[in-house]
Design a protein around this ligand. Structure first.
Ligand code: VG1
Ligand code: CO
Length: 542
């Protein structure tokens, strides 16, 4: 039975860098999810007659939320829903399904790398027909709709059994429960040389992939162990759990500590990798050799010719602004177009659609290509495997050779989490006010060459995005960037991105925190981080 439920706008339902993210308990409030979903429908001109892909990363509240989304899609006249079995779909797999099945869009239930569970975070992303995250004009319309909503429609019906593959129905809407892995795995097989990777594993190459109790477990097990012949036990923490085993499913050296320790032991495997809650991030680590996401992007660009999907060459590359300029150096050497976009995968969508960029990356462990319209954790791992299968060298050797050719962009991001929101925005406002006066001044023995606030004009549709981060360039190849996170759920998170180019081969072996020490000190002095936040050190250094 279709129900028309009167409601009122709820404050703060503004999609951030990647969808709407809030504490799970906030989403569990009566009407909270319903208001937002109805606002998505209203913001996109309704779902009548449309086909939607629906899935999530399996975190606490996933299944219940999917039941609500289905009941609301059916009540608003959607024609067909394609749902991952048991409500699971990684973000890249959902992106692929939208494209493969020519769906009108999709709803992904995930707060990505944020912890899950009753006391953790929950989130909703809406993706459009190209498979990518809704661009800013769409999220702006959705936000507007949250501010004027007066009612939502929902079908009151028993829950759909999401565990049984095949067709079912809800009201007049057909529902198709699909294997979340199958189509995605088939796509990977088209992109990479699986025979070569299989031969690599047969030669004794060893690997550990940490799924961090999140959605990539079933994908990694099927692809790495069952298809490519990696030894059983290659996939760690491979069963998705509603609270990610109590962990923080963010694949970086801090949160993937167990894997990092393993990779620095004498008996470490040849390759370590990890992915996040919803499967779009990746970490690559060799024996005693952590690869920063920015370097990973540069290495993939430099070696793209070894990957079958890129045999025709790259249309260009793109990186988010705070990502290190390592990939720019490769692009320059190879005569490739290189784009710099604001943080968030949605800004790569038009470039990928227009084939102006075919390889994209973000410093936050996001790497991907034109095979889908999201970053893709397992794809990046397979890309590395494909390259190592061709090169037959260690990760450390590959990095040394890369730096010898292009130089090393030392890089680190310092995060100050759950900072008082007013203090964080004051810090940014104060620095913004001084930007014009900084060039020509000196700080920590370095001189400021240039300073600005990043804004972006999309080269395809001409849309403009302002206020995307403060950038300061220093003598000696240094750069620092300041911005506030758009994915946090507690106070503000200040992100400080630090980078310096080193071209002296004798200096490629330094610890990044040491190599960046003067830039780190300069950032604190320029922005007054300690004074304004009251913090003596960042919470996370990646
Ligand atoms: C962060 C990252 C950004 C990434 C976004 C979504 O955003 O910095 O690079 O695209 O998360 O990633 P912010 O605004 O907190 O800096 V995911 O894997 O959480 O969907
Ligand atoms: Co993610």
């Amino acid at each position: 039975m279709r129900k028309f439920i009167p409601t009122k706008p709820i404050e703060g339902q503004k999609p951030g860098t990647s969808g709407l993210r809030k504490k799970t308990r906030v989403f569990q409030q009566p009407g909270y999810l319903e208001n937002f979903i109805q606002s998505v429908w209203n913001g996109i001109g309704g779902v009548g007659g449309k086909t939607l892909v629906i899935g999530g990363d399996g975190r606490f509240f996933n299944e219940q939320a999917i039941q609500t989304v289905l009941a609301m899609a059916a009540a608003s006249g959607a024609r067909h829903a394609i749902v991952g079995q048991n409500g699971l779909l990684s973000t890249p797999a959902a992106s692929h399904l939208i494209r493969l099945r020519k769906a009108d869009g999709g709803i992904i239930l995930s707060a990505s790398h944020n912890p899950g569970g009753e006391n953790g975070d929950f989130g909703v992303k809406y993706n459009v027909a190209n498979g990518g995250p809704a661009p800013e004009d769409v999220t702006a319309r959705i936000f507007e709709a949250t501010q004027t909503i007066e009612h939502y429609d929902i079908l009151r019906a028993p829950p759909v059994d999401l565990s049984v593959l095949g067709e079912t129905a809800l009201g007049a809407m057909t529902i198709e429960i699909v294997d979340p892995v199958r189509d995605y795995a088939a796509l990977m097989e088209q992109l990479f040389d699986f025979a070569k990777i299989r031969a690599l594993f047969q030669s004794g190459f060893t690997m550990r992939f940490d799924a961090m109790h999140a959605v990539t477990g079933p994908y990694a097990t099927a692809i790495l162990e069952d298809t490519l012949g990696a030894a059983p036990g290659t996939v760690l923490n491979g069963v998705p759990s509603p609270d990610f085993g109590g962990g923080h499913p963010d694949p970086n050296p801090i949160w993937a500590k167990e894997l990092m320790e393993l990779m620095h032991r004498a008996d470490a495997p040849d390759l370590g990798a990890a992915s996040d809650g919803d499967g779009d991030r990746n970490m690559i680590v060799g024996r005693n050799c952590y690869v920063t996401p920015s370097d990973s992007l540069a290495v993939l660009a430099a070696n793209a010719g070894l990957i079958p999907a890129f045999a025709v060459g790259l249309g260009g590359v793109a990186r988010s602004m705070p990502t290190s300029q390592a990939v720019d150096r490769v692009a320059e050497a190879q005569g490739l177009r290189c784009f710099e976009t604001p943080t968030g995968w949605k800004f790569f969508g038009n470039l990928l659609d227009a084939d102006m960029a075919s390889l994209c990356g973000e410093e936050s462990a996001g790497t991907g290509s034109n095979h889908v319209r999201e970053k893709d954790g397992l794809w990046a791992v397979l890309a590395w495997l494909n390259i190592l299968a061709e090169k037959r060298c260690s990760v450390a050797e590959l990095m040394q050779a890369h730096w010898a050719e292009y130089g090393r962009n030392y890089y680190s991001r310092h995060d100050y989490e759950a900072v008082d929101s007013a203090a964080a925005s004051d810090l940014i406002a104060a620095l913004r006010a001084r930007l014009a006066d900084l060039p020509g001044t000196h700080v920590q023995g370095l001189s400021v060459l240039k300073a600005d606030e990043f804004g972006y004009t999309d080269p395809i549709d001409g849309s403009r995005s302002e206020g995307q981060g403060l950038r300061i360039w220093l003598s000696g190849g240094g750069r620092m960037v300041f911005r506030l996170s758009g994915t946090g759920t507690e106070g503000a998170t200040l992100r400080v991105y630090l980078e310096r180019l080193e071209t002296d081969p004798d200096k490629f072996g330094d610890d990044p925190q040491q190599a960046l020490a003067d830039i780190i000190a300069a950032a604190d002095q320029l922005a007054g981080i300690r004074d304004r936040t009251g913090r003596s050190a960042p919470d996370v250094r990646t």
